[in-house]
Structures are given as C-alpha cells and as structure tokens.
Design a protein around this ligand. Structure first.
Ligand SMILES: NC(=O)c1ccc[n+]([C@@H]2O[C@H](COP(=O)([O-])OP(=O)(O)OC[C@H]3O[C@@H](n4cnc5c(N)ncnc54)[C@H](O)[C@@H]3O)[C@@H](O)[C@H]2O)c1
Ligand SMILES: [Zn+2]
Length: 361
C-alpha cells in the first residue's frame, strides 16, 4: 500500500493507494466499531462496488444511499436527500459519511458531511481517475446552483481517502483520459521529471498497468498535497492548479457543458495557455508541441473548435475589456514544470494564442 500524507495541521489526513483494498479497508480507517456509517454512491458505481465495501465494514452500523448518476444531480435536492437519510438513520456527531464514486458523489457527500450537525467525519473513496488525482486532495465540497457550478460549498477535509486502483478497470476510456488531463496539468506546472516520466510511460498508463497507474496517482496526489498544504484556502499558490482551466472553463460554458468532459476542456485549455507562454517568450519554443504530443498520446483533444469566436472566449473569461494587462490572471509556464501567475498578457496576445489553437477547418 502506498500512502501520501496531506499535511494540514489538525486537519491532516492520509491518502491510501492500493489495488483491491475495497475488500478489506479497515486498518487504514479509523471508524470505531459500532458507529454509524452512511455510504453515499450512485446508480452506476453502487452495483459494481457497494457490496464489497459493505462486507468489509462488517461490525459497523452500515447504511447506504444510492443517488442518480450525473453532474445534473449535483444539486440542493440530492444534498438534501443525503441529509434526510442521515436524519432517518439517527446519525449522531460520531457518524461517518463514506463517498463511493467520482467527483460528483465526493463533492456532494462531502458537503453533506460538512454541513450535518456542523460537520461530521467523511471518508472518500474516489473511483474515477479524475477524483483520485484531483478531488481527493483539497477538501473542496459542494454542489451546483442553476446559475453556477460549485456555487454552494465548504472546505471540509476528509479523515482519510482510499484509492483502490482496481476500480479504474470499469471506468470508461473517455473518463480515464479526462483524468489524465489533470495529471498532465500538475506535472506541467510543478514537476518536470514527472512530465518526462509520463512521456516515457504513456503506453503503460494507457494500458492501465497497475504499477504505472499507482505510481502516477501517488505522484499526482503528492504534488497536489504540497500545493494545498501551502495554501489550503486558495489565496496564493493554489491558483497554479488552474493551468488550462480559464480557457477550459470558457470552452465548457460556451458549449453548454455537453460537448466536452471537464478534463477534455482542460486539455484544450492547456494548449492555449502553453501557446501563450511560448508566444510571450516565457518558455522555450516547442513546449506546446511537446505538451500536445503527450495529451494526444492520452487520447485527449488539443484544438478549440474552428467556429468559436475568440471574442466570445474572452467575454466568457471576463477578459473582454480593452486594456486587460494587469488584470487578467492567467496561469502560464516558464518551462516544463514551472507554472506561474501572469497578469501582463494583452488582449491581442491572448487572441493570437486562441487563434493558433483553433482547429483548421
Ligand atoms: N473537490 C474537488 O477538489 C474537485 C476536483 C475536481 C473535480 N471536482 C468535481 O468532480 C466532478 C467531476 O468528477 P468526475 O470526473 O469523477 O465525474 P463523475 O463523478 O460524474 O464520474 C464520471 C462518470 O464515471 C462513473 N464512474 C465513477 N466511477 C466509476 C468506475 N469505477 N467504474 C465505472 N464508472 C464509474 C460515474 O458514475 C459517472 O458516470 C465535478 O462535479 C467537479 O466539479 C471536484
Ligand atoms: Zn480541473
């Protein structure tokens, strides 16, 4: 079993990474026998893993709640279902919520744990690559409001995170690739050696070889844990984690959240940010080509749609004012593994990077 400690004073916790651990979880977890546990999962993941997890929790008072699957259900209504269930099973302050699923379940179940009786314990069992490498560290929990994603939420650190890499065997190829975008992101902004490793191991990663996957997940989590330990509340260095995300979010918004998975939009967004970094002379020529080759080897898209108007992207990013130097905060790279916050890019430069990233139709 590999572990990563997320160092946050009295909110510190450990991420356990192993294969097949769902079946015998406990040494890792500090659930007191006889305390109440609510497992929150969804219709896709529960049939695959809920039984195994429930069996391994024998001896505790285990309950489960299965929610519908999808981002569309990350709402106040489904958060409130979780709360109703906690009330229904008479959960007290020593109860634990275990989330079993991707980021949607983790975020919503985590927020239910954050808000029930002003905060109860929560253990996260992320089952998508994206939630294992990204949502498992940082303590962000919450749900969507019709007018904005993740508009309601709280920071609530889990008491432990269990990553069972065997769960990735059932994950759709497209979801797996989307998770890889966040892996590339963390390497690109702070770990040049890891970026090299990803390039030389891309075939093993795509074949989901357990050893390669476990190592990759551990390194991604360790990198994110360092960033979060430095800046738990996102007031400084944590912004670097948004590499590719400003452009990516704009693309998701402009396409109504239907065309791209988050990781796919981030992949394209990183290409725009990489090109801008090069165009501004911050990083060596060829960096964005290198990034593109790696993302492509992970079956991720690189190009913005040809028909998107750069002006719409800027507007969505709220960068449509005439003079934006000094106000636009973009995450760019100085070299592989060295991201930084740039606020000196001018509108024409950003437009040039956008145009250079559009598919030639
Ligand atoms: N809290 C954070 O720091 C953080 C970080 C990144 C993303 N998020 C949030 O996470 C969400 C995205 O997470 P996601 O990409 O995991 O999406 P998701 O939770 O919707 O999961 C993607 C799909 O995979 C299915 N699935 C999950 N595990 C599976 C498995 N092992 N086998 C087969 N199918 C499986 C799910 O049911 C779903 O259909 C967003 O709501 C985002 O806001 C949060
Ligand atoms: Zn992301």
């Amino acid at each position: 079993m590999q572990t990563v400690k997320v160092d946050l004073a009295d909110r510190s916790y450990t991420v356990y990474i192993d294969s097949g651990v769902l079946g015998n979880t406990h040494p890792a977890f500090s659930i007191t026998p006889a305390s109440t546990v609510l497992i929150v999962s969804n219709e896709t993941v529960a049939p695959l893993y809920l039984d195994t997890l429930t069996k391994s929790l024998a001896g505790t008072d285990v309950h489960s709640l299965i929610l519908p699957d999808g981002e569309a259900y990350k709402t106040i209504k489904h958060w409130s279902h979780i709360i109703d269930k906690l009330v229904g099973i008479r959960a007290t302050r020593d109860a634990t919520v275990i989330t079993l699923g991707g980021g949607v379940i983790g975020d919503m179940g985590g927020f239910a744990a954050a808000s029930y009786m002003r905060g109860i314990d929560f253990i996260q069992i992320p089952t998508t690559l994206l939630s294992q490498v990204d949502a498992s560290v940082g303590g962000k929990t919450g749900f969507n409001h019709p007018s904005g994603k993740n508009l309601i939420g709280a920071f609530h650190q889990p008491t432990a995170v269990l990553v069972d890499i065997e769960t990735l065997e059932t994950l759709a190829a497209r979801e797996f690739s989307a998770g890889l975008a966040e892996v590339v992101k963390i390497a690109a902004i702070r770990d040049a050696e890891f970026l090299d490793w990803l390039e030389s191991h891309s075939a093993a990663v795509m074949a989901r070889e357990p050893e390669a996957i476990a190592g990759m997940i551990k390194r991604s989590i360790a990198n994110k844990a360092d960033v979060v330990a430095e800046d738990e509340r996102e007031s400084g260095v944590r912004a670097l984690l948004n590499f590719g995300h400003s452009f990516g979010h704009a693309l998701e918004t402009l396409t109504g959240y239907t065309q791209y998975l988050h990781g796919e939009a981030v992949s394209i967004g990183m290409m725009v940010a990489g090109r801008l970094s090069e165009l501004r002379g911050f990083c060596e020529p060829g960096f964005s080509d290198r990034l593109g080759k790696l993302l492509q080897s992970f079956d991720l898209p690189l190009d913005l749609p040809a028909k998107l108007d750069p002006a719409d992207i800027l507007e969505t990013m709220k960068l449509d004012k005439k003079v934006i130097a000094g106000t636009a905060r973009l995450i760019l790279v100085k070299s592989a593994g060295r991201g930084f916050i740039d606020s000196s890019s001018e509108k024409p430069q950003i437009v040039a990077a956008i145009k250079a990233s559009q598919a030639k139709s």
